[in-house]
Design a protein. Sequence first.
Length: 149
Amino acid sequence: MRFFRVLPIVLTLGWMTACAVQPTTTGSTLQGDAAHPAATQGWVETRLYFGLGAADDPVNGMSEQAWRAFLDKEVTPRFPDGLSVLDVYGQWQGKQQVVPERLRSKQLVIDYPDTQENRARIEAIRAAWKQRTGDQSVMRVTQPADVSF
């Protein structure tokens, strides 16, 4: 019996070791493409957090179809070269609220050259969401990014 209790642990540890990400020293696979440079200077990564509705009430709030329509209309035209969207769980305590709301949320991740024009595009996305939903805020986190394709 002891063997069968230890076997799943050994198999799990072996799988985790085999799947561990090993650092690579290979260079960029794309060269000479302005939208996907081999190396960057002055790029940033921005993460935006959008609340879709109460976590306990998936029927109400923003649907997946409505989110994609927003993405297609407001985000993709401003950043057509690429972006990532993650489903996340979030909490938000707005003005005058006693306890935080638990929210179904989306995290939008965009890497781009840090220019006034691109920062204005980010702010336009935030404004469009607030106008569409009536939300008080779209959280933005921007930090320097070392990007290579």
